[in-house]
Design a protein around this ligand. Sequence first.
Ligand code: C2O
Ligand code: CU
Ligand code: CU
Length: 531
Amino acid sequence: MSQSDRLDRRGFLRLSGLGTATLFAGGGLATLLSGCTSSKQARVVHTATTAELEIALQAMRGEIPILPGKATRVWTYQGQVTKGAPAALQTLPGSYLGPILRVLKGQRVRIAFTNNLPEQSIVHWHGLHVPDDMDGHPRHAIGPNRTYVYEFQVLNRAGTYWFHPHPHKITGPQVYKGLAGLFLVSDDEEMAAGLPSGEYDIPLIIQDRTFDTDNQLVYLPGGMMDQMMGFLGDRILVNGQPDFVLPVATRPYRLRLLNGSNSRIYKLGWEDGTPLTVIATDGGLLEKPTQRSYVALAPAERVELWVDFSGRPLGRELRLQSLAFSGAEAGGMGMMMGRSPALADGSEFTVLRVRVERESKEKQALPERLSTIQRYRLEDAVNRTRPRPFNLAMQRMLWTINGRTFEMEDVAEGEVVKLNTLEVWEFINQPGGMGMGMMGGMAEEMAHPIHIHGLQFQVLERQVRPEMAAAWETVRAGYVDEGWKDTVLVMPGERVRLLLKFEDFTGLYLYHCHNLEHEDLGMMRNYRVTA
Ligand code: C2O
Ligand code: CU
Ligand code: CU
């Protein structure tokens, strides 16, 4: 029985397109590769592989029931292990999201990505430290029915990384239609930490979506204005499902949260005020657990929570809320644009419900120490007295970085760094100076989740302009800056300094706003690491 049959019979996901047959008919990698070696666009690594794990991954169209009634047309990744442990690939049952790849640090992986979509695409491994031609830069996008082969060694420490499309100007719509999966890395340090595992280690991908009366996804109903602000849906989906309920036992859990939304920022808190115990950020485990009354989670950011449900009565429900905050978008622009007030940016709503369904006697203590993080030191930075500035601003109805928008291979003078150096980068979201006034000044104040490819960085410090401190104060206690990060929220009026080290690989990498509509509008640039 082929995988597509199996999925079909369960009634979960119906796949369409030729690729299904190609991928799952048993031909495996060989079939995939034979079709593409003549392609100029596809980069096929012919060297005899030393990969311990080989995966065939394809992006394709599908249909899945999400709301009662008609199934929803989605785009989805489907994968298959063609060499190595089958457990390296897990699916999220009944979801367009996934698959979940589980790898070990040090492992060599080979992933053959076949694009069975009607337009170009490429897969980016968000958070991974890989050579630039393995990173899924838009210049490597492949057309329909082409294959791109990734081969890299997993150098990252244990953590919750993820993957999603990265084609030029159409990343937002492709992710929106359903393309995103998890890349979970494990290592010795993590295994020694003694965290809940197996069925007690739960990925939770949070997204917002809007459906029409026919149950189909609606993207950017407000056109250009929506694009400039970023898409906000009127429904919250977790792991691809609305009204998500997580059944739990009375014992500790490890929850891995990914904000997979295009532009929505969440301020996560338990409804009963129980503090959140944070154990990991984008780049893996913190040194020790830390508590927050709430956590701010911007698009692409991950946070891992330790939650102990022991002592909670059976049948009890607990809501994870997104709490009210201000400053994500300026001056009520969202409301003016007719967005659903119930889910306006910064309003309060329920993200998911946890239901205590099973008694468990298993006890597991929260570890006091989780990992070792070697702190970068400002004095070691080659530009310690002159942080490299990146101004985030709207100009001529476009979101810009230092006045520029994305061009495929373009690297400006201020975007060249040297291999094996530590630098301070400063992202400055301080509107006012531009004076363009296209939007009456209002939309020029937006939060930007800034993401840097190819590495994990450390947050050095944050500052905010006094006149914009009030909104900032509604989220700042939710920053978890003590761990490794690849995405950092920069609120209006805020200035964030990062320490980054360029190691192992030279080449062209991206940095950009992970509000995917901003990214598609050009709020993205290359930086080059030179030898
Ligand atoms: Cu998650 Cu360049 O992106
Ligand atoms: Cu990335
Ligand atoms: Cu932005």
